[in-house]
Design a protein around this ligand. Structure first.
Ligand SMILES: Cc1cc2nc3c(=O)[nH]c(=O)nc-3n(C[C@H](O)[C@H](O)[C@H](O)COP(=O)(O)O)c2cc1C
Length: 376
């Protein structure tokens, strides 16, 4: 029986054997894969674990500068704390292949996300593959960061027009980590789609395992409408040789399914939508209260989020729930400690002590968290 993505359970008749599926195989073999976007500062362990409870199957770390990662233990810890508990067993339908389109040949879920001075990391004396503290299910190369400093450093979106460098990066990543480590890329569309086509084809030829396409160009702000036709075009360029994930403006479950349908991709990635509502992919219209309690439990148990980040996350999650501007402003400006936030939540009737957190540490991911947590 196949009951999971991320982890596949196969019965041998006597015992259940748990098998971890690499992200690209989850994307190829299973339907409805959802992905949490890499977000600098935000996509850290408690948040990744939280979204995995709500139908998010692949999660990314924030972008990590390879030099920081390879040189500094503090740098590694601050952006890259992982836990076996963030992986889950999901209930996801297997893809039905038609005789006309048979399964393609085989070309965590926490995906480690590097911008592309990856050469520095890859040439470092302590390569990733040999680093025992490193739990990862793949390495993603950031080819989309539009910020000026990144462009000036010739990383991120600068590389969108450097297919030869991208080829070299993917190949050297493959050489250093071996063929078992998925190497993927996350790109933005180019204003000239021919260049997107060239980049996609070059990356596949070099051995990329899958490709995420953010449907905006490097010049377009996040308020700009996402170009679904452009994502579809990039997906067609990949010709099913590797799976493609669509990214941009998935703010609800309905929207994410529409994006999947219109672009024909295997996975849908959300960034800001999931920040505002970590239960988005589970079909909730706004952050359910149990997601808030789960996040508080995860943050306090893991103990890795500095207060400002914990506070900011809750601010995003509660945005739709503040009763007034004054309440919002009080929450954001006047609360300055974990204890203060927890007291405030309890005053508002969010009972943190009364609900068990056992479900957080179960490998089986909750399909309907409300039934287990008792809060809606
Ligand atoms: C706060 C923040 C941090 C981000 N950090 C990264 C990053 O580290 N790497 C990256 O490739 N994209 C990063 N992005 C871009 C997102 O991954 C995503 O491509 C973008 O937000 C569009 O998706 P959305 O419309 O669902 O938000 C970031 C976006 C936000 C809002």
């Amino acid at each position: 029986m196949s009951s999971g993505n991320g982890i596949d359970i196969v019965s041998d008749g006597f015992n259940e054997i748990v098998e971890v599926l690499p992200p690209q195989e989850m994307l190829v073999q299973l339907d409805g894969i959802n992905v949490a976007a890499p977000m600098v500062r935000f996509s850290k362990l408690p948040y990744r674990h939280l979204v995995s409870l709500y139908n998010t199957h692949i999660t990314y770390t924030p972008m990590i500068l390879a030099q920081e990662f390879s040189r500094s233990a503090i740098g590694r810890q601050s952006d890259f704390t992982t836990s076996m508990w963030e992986r889950g067993v999901f209930d996801v339908p297997e893809r039905q292949f038609s005789p006309k389109s048979p399964p393609p040949e085989a070309p965590s879920p926490a995906n480690l996300h590097f911008p592309d001075e990856s050469k520095a990391m890859l040439n470092s004396p302590k390569p990733l593959a040999e680093n025992p503290t490193c739990m990862k299910d793949g390495i993603d190369l950031n080819l989309g960061c539009p910020q000026k400093w990144a462009y000036a450093e010739k990383i991120g979106s600068y590389l969108l027009r450097e297919p030869n460098t991208v080829r070299e990066l993917i190949r050297s990543a493959r050489d250093r980590t071996g063929w078992n480590t998925p190497i993927s890329i996350k790109i933005r569309l180019d204003t000239e789609l021919k260049r997107t086509e060239q980049l996609v084809k070059t990356a596949i030829q070099a051995g990329a395992s899958f490709i995420t396409v953010h449907g905006r160009t490097r010049h377009q702000p996040s308020t700009h409408t996402v170009d679904l036709d452009g994502i579809r075009f990039a997906r067609e360029c990949a010709r099913e040789e590797v799976p493609v994930i669509a990214n941009g403006d998935a703010w609800s479950h309905t929207e994410s399914e529409a994006i999947r349908r219109k672009t024909g991709v295997r996975g849908v990635m959300s960034g800001r939508g999931l920040l505002a509502n970590p239960a988005l992919f589970a079909g909730y219209d706004r952050t359910p209260i149990h997601a808030v309690t789960n996040f508080v439990h995860l943050s306090t148990k893991y103990g890795v989020l500095p207060f400002p980040l914990f506070h900011r996350h809750l601010g995003f999650m509660l945005e739709e729930r503040f009763a007034s501007r004054a309440e919002r402003s009080y929450f954001l400006s006047d609360l300055v400690s974990y204890a203060g936030v927890i007291d405030w939540l309890e005053e508002k009737g969010v009972m943190l002590d009364s609900c068990s957190d056992d479900h957080l540490w179960s490998q089986e991911r909750i399909v309907d968290p409300a039934s287990k947590v008792g809060l809606v």
